[in-house]
Structure formats: structure tokens, C-alpha cells
Design a binder for this molecule. Structure first.
Ligand code: C5P
Length: 313
């Protein structure tokens, strides 16, 4: 058994529409997810016994069972007993509590890495089914690229690659948003508008904001993609965090294509058609909001999820 070095890309939501409630207590969603090249790096090494040992470069990342990377290793041991332990080191580059699925990406990388290390030969569908047990965003993190995600977020359909686009991500370092809080607050404020029968949910999906975005993606039309960005959770998160609302407003002014919050936030992104345009937006936003707490990244859309580092065979 050998070690593996994996790349775990972040995702942004080009669209997040809350359709209604599900019998399992989660929300029925329509999402369009996109992988970007801001990524964590994970080193997986075989360990004797059945020990799971976790290390991370970021001091605020928990190293116990609450970490999705730990839980992914435990799930793999439970499903495939007797294969051994694993030492996991996470080089954290994706900000935490950011709406970028950083924790899910790490968990997905552990599933993919242990499949390789233990020579299990699992299919992508089998890996995604394991991932869905741990988190709604995790199946997408495995396959990555551009995808439509329905149900809880685990029913994936690939969409045409948009890998020529860029996104400028911006986040206040000291701010994080709890995903359960964002959804619960949304239910509290907008629950009366939910579509809760299968027929009503189907109708909502057929007429909702995803229709325009899916058409724009099919035509790979950046201006129309930018106009069709949508995130229902903005309605609760921006109200509670006015500085994020201001950041989004400034990014929208700077970006000819458009800006939106990702996932449950508080990361906001601006779309750009070229790296030069993205760089200009990043520079301008730092001039307009000169705050050492504001972090900005220029990222490129990518067409894949978890993968081996380039140096790996
Ligand atoms: O699946 P995951 O653990 O990532 O979800 C985090 C939280 O987000 C859930 O506990 C739930 O509060 C909320 N959520 C939801 N509906 C979804 C996905 C997530 O209500 N489809």
C-alpha cells in the first residue's frame, strides 16, 4: 500500500433554489454547482491497525469525528473492514464556514483516496452513494465540473463544461455562516411559500429560475449565465450580515457579468470572462473596501472534482 496526494477543489453555486420541504427534514433543492481551482490538498498514508489520524494546517479545523474527512475514513472502514488505518494531512486552502464546500471536498477526497489505497475499484456512482451518507454537497465534490443537483443536492446530472470562465471569490476572514442556521432561518421566514407536494415541486422546478440558467449554460453564453445567477439563501444571509450585502453590491458593480453569494455564504463571487478581467475586479474590490479582514481569490472554473496531484502517476 502506498501514499496518495489528492486535490480537493472548492465549489460555488451558480444557482441555489429552495423548492420546499422533504419528508427527511432536509430541503428539496435545485442547484447548479461549479468546481473552481481553489483547492485543499490531502496526503493519505497507510497506517497499521485501524487508527485514523488527522492533521490540518488550519488551527480552527476540528480533528475529531466532527470533521468530514475523519467521518469519511470511518465510513470506509465500516464498509470495508480489515483494510487498515490511515494518516490524513489536510493542507487547508479553502476557507472554512464559507459556502464553498471545503469540508465536503476533504471528505470526498478521503473516499477517493481510500478507494485507491485499498484497491477497491469502486465506481463513481458507488463513491457518490457513500458520499451522500455524509453530506448533501459531497457527491458533487467527487465528480465536480459543472452539474445540476436536485433532491437534497445528491441527484447529479452533468452540464456542459464552462471551464473558460473565472470567478473572483471574496470573503471576510472572521465571518462564517452555519449552513443549518441559514436553512432554518429561511424556513422560518419563507416556509409559507414552500411547494410541498411532488406535483407542486415539479411545477416549481419547471418554472423556476433554473430554466434560464440551464439555457444559458447550454449555449455557453457568459452574459446570459451572469444574468441568471440566483441564490435564495441570500434573502436571509445578506440581511443578517450587511457587510456581505455591501461586498456583493460592489462586486456586482465591478463585474460586467454579475455577482452572487455561494451556498449558505458568506463567500460572494463575481464572474469574469478572462483572467485579466478577474484580476482587475479583485484589485478594484480591495481598493474600494480596504479591510485587512477581506480575503480575495482569483479562481478559474474547472471541469473535474477530486483528482490526484499532477506529480502522482
Ligand atoms: O447535508 P449537509 O450536512 O451538508 O447539510 C447541512 C445542513 O443544511 C442540514 O443539517 C440542513 O439543516 C441544511 N440542508 C437542508 N436541505 C438540504 C441540504 C442541507 O435543509 N437539501
Amino acid at each position: 500500500m502506498r501514499s496518495y496526494h489528492l486535490i480537493a477543489p472548492a465549489k460555488i453555486n451558480l444557482l441555489l433554489e429552495i423548492v420546499g420541504d422533504r419528508p427527511d427534514g432536509f430541503h428539496e433543492l435545485v442547484m447548479v454547482m461549479q468546481s473552481v481551482d481553489l483547492a485543499d490538498e490531502l496526503e493519505l498514508k497507510p497506517l497499521g491497525g485501524d487508527r485514523i489520524s488527522l492533521h490540518c494546517t488550519h488551527p480552527q479545523v476540528p480533528l475529531d469525528e466532527s470533521n468530514l474527512a475523519y467521518r469519511a475514513a470511518k465510513l470506509m472502514q465500516d464498509c470495508f473492514p480489515g483494510r487498515g488505518g490511515v494518516d490524513i494531512t489536510i493542507q487547508k486552502k479553502i476557507p472554512i464556514g464559507a459556502g464553498l464546500a471545503g469540508g465536503s471536498a476533504d471528505g470526498a477526497a478521503v473516499l477517493v483516496g481510500l478507494d485507491l489505497m485499498w484497491n477497491l475499484g469502486l465506481t463513481q456512482d458507488e463513491l457518490c452513494a457513500l458520499a451522500a451518507k455524509l453530506g448533501s454537497d459531497m457527491p458533487f465534490c467527487i465528480s465536480g465540473g459543472t452539474a445540476l443537483a436536485l433532491g437534497r443536492g445528491e441527484e447529479l446530472s452533468p452540464l456542459p463544461d464552462l471551464d473558460r470562465l473565472y470567478a473572483v471569490l471574496a470573503k471576510y476572514q472572521s465571518l462564517s455562516v452555519s449552513t443549518p442556521w441559514a436553512y432554518q432561518t429561511y424556513r422560518h421566514e419563507f416556509g409559507a411559500t414552500y411547494a410541498n407536494t411532488p406535483a407542486a415541486q415539479q411545477e416549481r422546478r419547471r418554472t423556476g429560475p433554473s430554466v434560464g440558467l440551464l439555457g444559458a449554460i447550454a449555449h455557453r453564453d457568459p452574459a446570459s449565465i451572469g444574468r441568471s445567477l440566483h441564490n435564495d439563501l441570500e434573502k436571509v444571509v445578506l440581511g443578517h450580515h450587511p457587510q456581505v450585502g455591501l461586498l456583493r453590491e460592489k462586486l456586482a458593480i465591478q463585474s460586467p457579468l454579475g455577482a452572487m453569494m455561494s451556498g449558505s455564504g458568506p463567500t460572494v463571487f463575481a464572474l469574469a470572462a478572462t483572467r485579466e478581467e478577474a484580476q482587475r475586479i479583485a484589485t478594484q474590490i480591495q481598493i474600494e473596501l480596504p479591510d485587512p479582514d477581506l480575503e480575495v481569490w482569483v479562481t478559474k472554473f474547472i471541469g473535474r472534482g477530486i483528482h490526484l496531484a499532477e506529480s502522482e502517476p
